[in-house]
Design a protein around this ligand. Structure first.
Ligand code: EPU
Length: 438
């Protein structure tokens, strides 16, 4: 199996270009199903999740024309439902964002059929708020045989007011997509405010929708009959950028993280500064430098503009190397999202997890080991730990990492890291807590 091999301990230097945002791409590609005409998407990340979704659209009858590796023209004028073969459903099920097909199909066809979503394996991931919102818009929803079936009464959804009981990125996006072509006005209250929510709203508006308030906690949508073609460039990936920033913090050195929106990185930058890392903001880049010892700190994840849960494992890996006591608390996922801690312990980290918090006693240096990527961000944390560690680290199950990081090996190598991808049999002792699943 393919794995990453890292000889750690080399400071990182140079410039890294950040790709388009994964979590914007996985919402915008399904939303393109609703567009009648050619929709050109620029700054798309080249990752396996976007490949899977583009394949799904191709099977549905979309014309998918890759203009260059990060630009695609999609023509969904003649897409159809009920045409996806079983093996495509197996692939689609593996990604969490397949649930956006429900909102998009309902918006386009007035009915939807898709698999129950998969995605990273860090515990129970309910979709009750998605279903509540879509039902409120007039969809009859049933679940059977691992599939979700939904039908809009009278063939078209109808605008209404939806209050989300829990701030959910996915539910906000799904309801927004479905409401874009619903009859009348939809108001969604207590919504998520992540940068990719704003990006999706901007995408929909540039295709003729009328979505207002994205980035605040109330979104108002006036439904339009149909969406038309256009061109849209996705925002850079906040979490990919944060991952490279964390890697510099852990391994030391000085890196220009380019093609970013520094405002989206503010909470990460200020946390790194508390840890004795210099972060200087430019117009579309941040300069990150760490020469001295890391300082311990505490952090708690929250919905945006709070500290992102998708940076929690990476920051935990950095704090493992900050002498002193740090506490990392997970405030978004109720299961703690700490399955990867056992893997960091294999590298000499001193961490105990209790309920929603990890208590860390920083060590001077981690030591290389054979570890596994339990999920996408946990995998990124292993890369960071490996770059900072003394000796060799092998990371298995890298398929998770490749779901969300474009050319991670090439980008770290360009910064001077000794990292390569090899194909050899797995060695890691299976940790039952770190169970890999689609
Ligand atoms: N929740 C519910 N009911 C729902 C939906 C969510 O109770 O119907 C709960 C969840 O259990 C969780 C919280 O609400 O405790 C937040 O979940 P949310 O719906 O916001 O998460 P998501 O949409 O499934 C997206 C990202 C995740 C990221 C979360 C939180 C995508 C495809 N995924 O997931 O990203 O962790 O938002 O920011 O956008 C990743 O990129 O590695 C990743 C896992």
């Amino acid at each position: 199996m393919e794995k990453y091999v890292i000889q750690g301990g080399k400071p990182l230097r140079g410039t890294v270009e950040i790709s388009g945002a994964k979590n914007a791409a996985v919402a915008i590609i399904p939303a393109a199903i609703m567009v009648r005409g050619v929709c050109r998407l620029e700054n798309l990340p080249q990752i396996s999740d976007t490949d899977t979704l583009l394949h799904t659209l191709t099977y549905m009858g979309a014309k998918v024309n890759m203009i260059n590796p990060s630009t695609v023209e999609l023509d969904c004028t003649h897409v159809q439902m009920d045409v996806l073969p079983e093996d495509m459903w197996v692939r689609t099920r593996k990604i969490r964002a397949s649930y956006y097909l429900i909102g998009a199909m309902l918006g386009r066809f007035g009915r939807a059929r898709t698999t129950m979503p998969g995605g990273c394996n860090f515990g129970v991931r309910p979709i009750d708020q998605h279903l509540k919102g879509l039902s409120a818009l007039g969809a009859d929803i049933s679940l059977s045989g691992g599939f979700i079936n939904a039908t809009a009464k009278n063939g078209r959804l109808t605008g209404t007011t939806v209050y989300l009981d829990k701030v959910s990125v996915g539910a906000t996006i799904n309801i927004m997509i479905a409401a874009a072509t619903a009859e009348g006005r939809t108001v969604i209250e207590n919504v998520a405010r992540e940068p990719h929510i704003v990006d999706l709203a901007n995408f929909l508006n540039s295709m003729g929708a009328d979505v207002r308030g994205a980035g605040t906690d109330v979104i108002k949508i006036r439904g339009v009959k149909q969406l038309h073609g256009g061109t849209y460039a996705l925002i850079p990936d906040q979490i990919e950028a944060g991952t490279y920033m964390a890697a510099v913090a852990a391994a030391g050195g000085a890196v220009r993280v380019a093609n970013v929106i520094p405002k989206h990185l503010e909470c990460i930058s200020s946390k790194l500064r508390e840890m004795n890392v210099e972060v200087e903001e430019g117009d579309d880049y941040v300069l990150v430098r760490r020469d001295g010892p890391l300082h311990p700190t505490n952090l708690k994840t929250k919905p945006y503009p709070g500290f992102p849960t998708d940076m929690q494992p990476q920051m935990t890996a950095v704090l493992c190397c900050a002498p002193g006591v740090s506490v990392v608390t997970e405030g978004v996922w109720n299961n703690g999202r700490f399955k990867y801690v056992g893997e960091l312990k294999k590298m000499g980290a001193r961490i105990e997890v209790e309920d929603q918090s990890a208590f860390l006693q920083g060590v001077d240096r981690l030591t290389g080991a054979v570890v596994r990527a339990c999920d996408l961000r946990a995998g990124a944390a292993m890369v960071i730990a490996g770059l900072a560690a003394r000796g060799e680290t092998k990371i298995e199950d890298i398929v998770y990492i490749e779901r969300g990081y474009q050319d991670i090996v090439g980008k770290f190598r360009a910064l001077g890291a000794d990292m390569r991808c090899v194909d050899e049999p797995d060695e890691a002792q299976a940790d039952p807590a770190c169970v890999s699943a689609g």
